[in-house]
Design a protein around this ligand. Sequence first.
Ligand code: FAD
Ligand code: SAM
Length: 650
Amino acid sequence: MNVKIEPAILSYAADGRLYSPAFDDVYFQPEDGVAESSYVFLQHNNLEERFKGLRAGDVFRIAECGFGSGLNFLLTLDLWRRTASKGARLYYLSFEKHPVQKTDMKEIHAYWPDYAAVSQELLTQYPAAVKGFHRLDFGSAQLQLCLGDITEMLPQIKTQIDAWYLDGFAPAKNPAMWREELFRHMARLSVQGSTVSTFTAAGTVKRGLQAAGFHVEKTRGYGKKRDMLTGTYQRDIPKTQTTGSAIVIGAGIAGASCAYALAARGMPVTVLEKAGEAGNAASGNPVGVVYPRLTAAVSAAGDFYTHAFCHTTRILARLENEKLWRNSSVLMLDGGDAAAAKRYTGMVKSTALPEEMLRPVDRKQATEIAGIPLASGGLYYPDAGLVAPREFCTSLLEAFPAQVTLRSGAAAEKIMRQDGVWHVLDAAGEILAEAEHLVLATGPSLTGFSETDFLPLRYVGGQISYLPENAASRKLKAVITQDGYFPPAVEGVHYTGATFEKLRAKAETHPVTEKGHRKNLTMLGGFLPAAFFDGVTPEDLQGRAGIRTSVPDHLPVVGKCPVAAQWLEDYAGLSYGQLTEKQIDLDKAEVHDGLYLCGAFGSHGMTSAPLAGEMIAAQICGDPLPVSEKVAAAIHPGRFILRALKRNQS
Ligand SMILES: Cc1cc2nc3c(=O)[nH]c(=O)nc-3n(C[C@H](O)[C@H](O)[C@H](O)COP(=O)(O)OP(=O)(O)OC[C@H]3O[C@@H](n4cnc5c(N)ncnc54)[C@H](O)[C@@H]3O)c2cc1C
Ligand SMILES: C[S@@+](CC[C@H](N)C(=O)[O-])C[C@H]1O[C@@H](n2cnc3c(N)ncnc32)[C@H](O)[C@@H]1O
């Protein structure tokens, strides 16, 4: 399977229309595109009236194939902002096999000055051509770009769609897309009254939609086009809406990310934090490095970290806080080690990241990028950089003040569900908060509840050292990582490290020691110029230490909380060879209703927690997941129960 995506190659036909050589078909006449798209997609899905009829808390979801230049999206967003009721939410899901590059998009959008402001909003967030899911935010509207073939991606989507835009080139030019499966999946995701419109009037499309359960009508096409099709889904499938509020326990990067993603969907969230402030435990270092943890072969882990990295850097840019994020870039050195170099080559091949976001560099290039002499080359991540973790947590928690309430000094001791509501109690048995949805994001204390004690959490202590900047280290421009990491100084200090110490038992704190500083200095001395450490004495250094929480497969734990005892019973067949993991439908597995887990981020929480938070919010609110099916299964909290059963195979 090709993990990379091929961007669109565009040209203009003789009559001025934007043309795709790959499909031998035209997108639209740029000057006329607005009128045509408005007519075919917005008017024929009756959007203005439907937007006006929404109530606060309602969500309206549109799915489109394909995104192309984003014109349909710009028009829909503009209409949404002019007409939708306050408090309603738009979710726009769009599939694109060959994404238009940002520079081309900018040129095309210049034809539509009336939409310059929304175009700018889109261009600012528009992703590089990275295969997979991308979530972009536009206030009360959210866009999920699914970069890849709709025939591979739509089957992974679980949600409800109110309106469909079928805009994927003419069926005669693109028969691989307009297949029966497309209509079948549209039906799977439709509710009674869902509508569809398309520029084509092809008989195969009409019959396909009818067979899937749509009532289809031919109507007048735009301009010179004689006909087009519209349809309405007929079957008696009701639309479901998520209601209520949420509690998040823990205000580290995991909890803050969950609260942010829920609040962005308009949900009221209470965050309970036992410490006096957010971002105090592992998430409280002065600096954290944000870059993806890739794998040498194609894997769910590599896919997760690739997209987590894209998602986090997009959020950091959106939070627009200078103190928060420094896009200094990251150089991951191979140290001249042939095995490491081979692994890095594998990483470049097996990630969806394009060359503009990740490329191998030799020693000379690395030295130029870093601004200091280096002994080896490695991998270069130009979009990576440094985050201020505590600031990150508070920025996320403060981004939606109307939705998020942080209660510090609130230690959750017990959770229980009664009549569809979760109650969180303190040690005295007093109720701290109540809500329909509950997320546990308690770092090392993730197993501190009877519902979660099946998790095989591991605890790894870690220490960073604060090194004073000097004349030699001041020249450093990029974060250097090899065995540890060394970032450019922040206000005269390099916050560098880190040590790894496996702990035998659960711990919540870890002491800063001179031994820890010595370990850091030895490790860093292995790949940095000796002049960086001139005059540094370990006994005088300051630092910070904390606990990383992880699980044996080094992926996080994200999603619905399984009822462990029930899984052991239901899937006992795994132990006797009577059942295979493939036969298990995780969506039907027994879970504690309304309970979600978000943790075990190991050494990469700053990069990976925001996407995890997004995934949990999507699950709670019924939106499509922002990760592939494989990734969702790979980070599912129940995976350990299934593995334990398989290990017991007799
Ligand atoms: C030395 C070191 C260096 C690191 N460097 C990096 C780096 O460069 N880049 C990177 O991406 N990651 C780095 N990490 C890892 C990163 O810090 C973690 O992955 C991340 O902070 C974990 O976040 P969390 O929210 O899951 O847990 P925590 O940050 O531990 O947050 C959990 C929160 O839950 C609260 N809590 C717990 N129990 C309760 C309860 N019962 N009631 C109420 N509140 C509760 C805690 O007080 C805490 O605030 C580093 C970690 C260490 C230790
Ligand atoms: C006419 S253009 C869409 C125009 C777009 N709606 C706009 O507003 O600019 C058709 C798009 O469908 C995409 N496409 C074609 N086949 C596809 C498939 N199988 N999966 C996803 N996208 C596909 C093409 O790459 C192209 O960008």
